[in-house]
Design a protein around this ligand. Structure first.
Ligand code: FAD
Length: 398
């Protein structure tokens, strides 16, 4: 067995090119970007930068315009963006949807959607959560009924991020009732299907959910009233969407972990720089005090460990390891990196004192972001449930 912790030249080049292209957004245009995010104005120019550098093509085969270089370089890209103090916005769901389409859809669907994702022309959101199902996706009731060569969708979704800027949504809906699915060979894994739905399809009503913080795009409650989708817009097979969906959530978790890793880097680095300069007693920089230095050193160590797990998970996904094993790694790395990001941001807040709470330092939005990523796209408790069941073989309590 060989272990090599160096990155390929390709990976380094992608991250360097991204860093170069992002420089204005982390420097002279940072205030402009912050203003746009706080006013929920979509940064289209930044989105195009992501596309031009090649991020949207990382999980897309070359025949559809992508580079197919894999999740590992994409994760390094997400980490870089976050390490520059910037949120990748709905890039996370668009890339996750691109991987789902590339791995599971028909050639016609791939041809129809992937080239426009790669070029930056199309944005995707992802709709799974429902008010009465929440963490228990099997309880979803949004229904897609086959009628001739169409499906007719009725129901409701909630917390759908970026619906207002997305062109399409990857929607999970029930094609067979939970009751009827129980008796099939696949049990509860039977009965769900994935659809690509244009966000302007007639019959969709949206309602902005008032959230306590602003991450640049809104979260929406969506109501589907006889929304028609052509039968050829199903990703994967009808009724077999649950496994496709769960496997597609793995890259989302790994990319969320990569964002957390970038947040850790950003906050620890900026706090260390601050601690070298700031003097409050005599001529001693506050970084000399172990009360300040040790939490930062601890956060740095924790981050290094969490990051390794994230890189391993991305690598295992690219190697097409068994889906359950990738699922475990994806879950574990999301858990460890979200905890690490929270500890890093907290240590940075402690270091900066009062100035941590100013808009200029940008630390409090990071706190919100890291805390959100501990709960969504999957909560800490559900991750621990998964690991207890699939890694340790412990009985399920729910
Ligand atoms: C800002 C934001 C953006 C989001 N974007 C999207 C999106 O784009 N698309 C989308 O589909 N969804 C989205 N979500 C939804 C998100 O994925 C869910 O909020 C999350 O998965 C948890 O579901 P819930 O809120 O219904 O919590 P609930 O299911 O009500 O759970 C509440 C608490 O109980 C715990 N719990 C539940 N069951 C168990 C159990 N068996 N064992 C232990 N603990 C348990 C949970 O871990 C959680 O802590 C978003 C949410 C937020 C806040």
């Amino acid at each position: 067995m060989s272990l090599d912790f160096s990155f390929s030249e390709e990976n380094v080049m992608l991250v360097d090119a991204l860093g170069e292209a992002m420089k204005p957004w982390a420097g002279p245009r940072k205030a402009e970007l912050t203003e746009m995010v706080s006013n929920s104005i979509f940064p289209q120019e930044l989105w195009q930068t992501f596309a031009d550098v090649g991020l949207m093509g990382c999980l897309v085969p070359e025949e559809y315009g992508g580079t197919d270089v894999g999740l590992l370089p994409l994760a390094l890209g997400f980490e870089k963006i976050a390490a520059m103090g910037i949120s990748p916005n709905i890039l996370l769901v668009t890339c996750m949807d691109s991987a789902c389409i590339a791995r599971n859809a028909t050639d016609a669907i791939k041809e129809q959607y992937l080239p426009d994702i790669v070029s930056g022309k199309s944005k995707f959101c992802f709709a799974i959560t429902e008010a009465d199902a929440g963490t228990n996706s099997f309880n979803m009731t949004t229904k897609a009924t086959a009628v001739g060569d169409k499906f007719v969708i009725n129901g409701a979704k909630s917390y759908i991020s970026g619906f207002e800027v997305a062109d399409y949504m990857l929607l999970v809906a029930r094609t067979t009732s939970q009751e009827d699915s129980k008796d099939t060979k696949m049990g509860q894994y039977h009965g769900l299907s994935l659809f690509i739905v244009p966000t302007d399809a007639p019959g969709i009503e949206k309602q902005l959910m008032p959230m306590a913080f602003n991450e640049g795009v809104g979260q929406y409650s969506l109501y589907f009233d006889n929304v028609e989708v052509a039968a050829d817009q199903v990703v994967g097979q009808v009724d077999m969407g649950a496994l496709v969906m769960f496997n597609s959530l793995n890259p989302e978790r790994i990319l969320a972990a990569a964002m957390c890793s970038g947040m850790s880097q950003f906050s620890v680095n900026m706090a260390a720089e601050y601690a070298k300069e700031r003097k409050v007693f005599r001529d001693t920089p506050i970084g000399c005090y172990q009360g300040i230095a040790h939490p930062l050193a601890m956060a740095k160590s924790e981050h290094e460990a969490a990051r390794l797990l994230m890189l391993k998970a991305a690598w295992a996904y690219d190697q097409k390891w068994d889906a359950v094993k990738v699922g475990s790694l994806a879950n574990m790395c999301k858990l460890m990196n979200s905890e690490s990001a929270l500890h890093s941001v907290d240590a940075a807040i402690e270091t900066l004192g009062g100035s941590a709470f100013t808009v200029e330092q940008g630390l409090l939005p990071l706190w919100n972001g890291a805390r959100l990523l501990k709960t969504a796209p999957v909560s800490k408790e559900m991750i621990l449930n998964f690991i207890a069941e699939w890694e340790l073989g412990l009985p399920k309590s729910y």
